[in-house]
Design a protein. Structure first.
Length: 256
């Protein structure tokens, strides 16, 4: 086998794994109610081609997403591979974030209910009052201006600028966006972010003041969580692998 053929085979395997991981993420998110019908969107840069990303065709329910159903879109909105409709807000939001953040191979945008609830209240913030919330200490940006649907580059670029170099963006009256180097890391953040927001909304509903964790302790715990999530045995890899095993045991077709 020639060297070029070997490289091509390796790239093909990487692209298939990327497709399978993103399809699994869609199905796992649906399991936890992190999606909103056929809306919201998760994208992943095509391995070796950072100007292109995998995207769900609009109209497909998240429980139906498979590796082969994902379409490939370039940075200008051209469909490179696959069948289906490219929903404009999905393209613009994700293309802008991918372009502004080359490190963010995976971008997840959802209207998951408890995180959304915090974006709907005046000066809504994720408070450092829960251990899960401490995962996000110093990693969250807030866009306090809702400017309507992201149907053009102006709004999409504004959103990307608001996110800056943070991993999480709370979007006023809209939802959240997560930008991470891998599907595994993005999924982990998405999952625990909703857990933290849910706990905060429940605590706030009692009418009692939140018992916020001190700045110094929050920073120390956050540093410990980051240290534990590094290396080959990162917790987010374990978590995502466990969820994929569940899908496999249940006969999911996400790999198809």
């Amino acid at each position: 086998m020639s060297k070029s053929a070997t490289v091509h085979d390796i790239q093909g395997d990487e692209v298939q794994r990327a497709r399978e991981d993103l399809a699994a993420a869609y199905q796992i998110c649906e399991r936890f109610g992190l999606n909103e019908g056929i809306d919201n969107h998760l994208t992943l840069a095509v391995p070796g081609e950072d100007d292109r990303f995998l995207l769900i065709p609009y109209g497909l329910h998240w429980s139906e997403v498979t590796a082969s159903s994902l379409i490939v879109v370039d940075g200008e909105g051209n469909k490179i591979e696959g069948d289906g409709y490219i929903e404009p807000t999905a393209f613009y939001i994700h293309a802008a974030v991918h372009k502004a953040r080359p490190d963010a191979k995976c971008v997840m945008h959802t209207h998951m209910p408890h995180a959304l609830a915090l974006t709907m209240i005046e000066d809504g913030r994720l408070e450092m009052a829960d251990q899960n919330a401490l995962r996000y200490y110093g990693r969250v940006a807030y866009d306090d201006v809702y400017a309507g649907l992201a149907m053009d580059w102006d709004e999409a670029n504004r959103i990307a600028a608001a996110m800056g170099d943070k991993d999480i963006l709370f979007m006023a009256n809209h939802g959240i966006t997560v930008a991470r180097p891998s599907v595994q890391a993005a999924w982990e953040d998405l999952y625990y972010l909703e857990q933290a927001c849910r706990a905060q909304v429940l605590a706030m509903s009692t009418g009692r003041p939140l018992n916020r964790i001190s700045e110094n302790l929050a920073a120390d715990v956050a540093a410990g969580i980051r240290a534990e999530s590094q290396g080959q045995a990162a917790n987010y890899d374990r978590h995502f692998a466990a969820m994929k095993r569940i899908l496999d045991r249940e006969g999911s077709n996400f790999r198809d």
